[in-house]
Each structure stands twice: as C-alpha cells, then as structure tokens.
Ligand binder design. Sequence first.
Ligand code: HEC
Length: 124
Amino acid sequence: MYRANCAACHNASGSGGALSQGRAAPTLWNATATQLVEAMRTGPGQMPVFGPDTLSRSEADNIAAYALTLSNREGRGGFDLGAIGPVPEGFVAWVALTTVLFGVMRWITRRPKPANSDDDRGKR
Ligand code: HEC
C-alpha cells in the first residue's frame, strides 16, 4: 500500500524526493502516526488527498504503521548510503565499482619501469 500510494513522491525508503517545478516531498522519518494519517486525509500542498473512499481507515492506519518503521534504518544490508533510494544508491555503487575496475585495468596493463634509471645501459 505504501509503495503504491506514497513511494512515488516520498521514496521507497521514506527519505522524500524532488517533484516537478522545484517542489519536493519531505522525508517521512520525523512524522508521527497522527501526522501521517492527517497528511493522507488533508493532502497538504502538492500532495493529493487520500480520502476515506481511496484509503479506508484501517488502510490509512496500516500505511502509517509501515511508514513509521522506515525511520528505523538499521541497515541490515550494510552501509545504506543515507537511504536515498535504490536508483541513486545503485549509481553510487556503479561509479565506485567502475573506478576500482579502471584502477585494476591500469595496474595490470602498466608498462614495466626501466630496471634502474641511473644505470646507463638503456642510453646506448
Ligand atoms: C504527488 C506526490 C505525493 C504523494 C503521492 C504523497 N505525498 Fe505526502 N507529501 C507530498 C508533498 C509535496 C508534501 C509537502 C506538502 C507541503 O507541506 O507543502 C507531503 C507531505 C507529507 C507529510 C508531511 C510531512 C512532514 O513531516 O511535514 C506526510 C506525513 C506525508 N506527506 C505522508 C504521505 C503518505 C503517507 C502518502 C501515501 C498515502 C503520501 N504522503 C503520498 C507529496 C506526496
């Protein structure tokens, strides 16, 4: 339910995200259960209203309960890169791995140095 209704703007991790025309959806990590349901029912600013016809009371409660768990980012998968979302995190990982790979490529294709540059054997 969270993914279908909220994640598009507030991110899968609840970190918030940019919207069109310079607007942004705030992070949900600091919101209380009351604020979460209130926001769904009133639709502040750019946020759509999720009235009782769209989300029943128990559905709204379930989404709020789930959203509350998002602030607990223990990062079972290791370093979470600020939980900025799967796409930017994947991009960071991609750039890091490409950099390492490039370094390894340079290392294995390096030219051997002359044995001793003070040595005049090469200067014939
Ligand atoms: C179309 C994008 C959009 C969707 C979908 C959306 N929101 Fe929002 N939400 C916003 C924007 C934008 C704000 C900031 C509104 C403002 O104050 O101007 C906001 C604000 C909030 C806030 C207030 C945060 C705070 O601490 O100030 C909460 C809580 C919230 N949303 C929860 C939800 C939940 C839960 C859902 C899913 C049912 C949801 N939102 C779906 C765009 C969205």
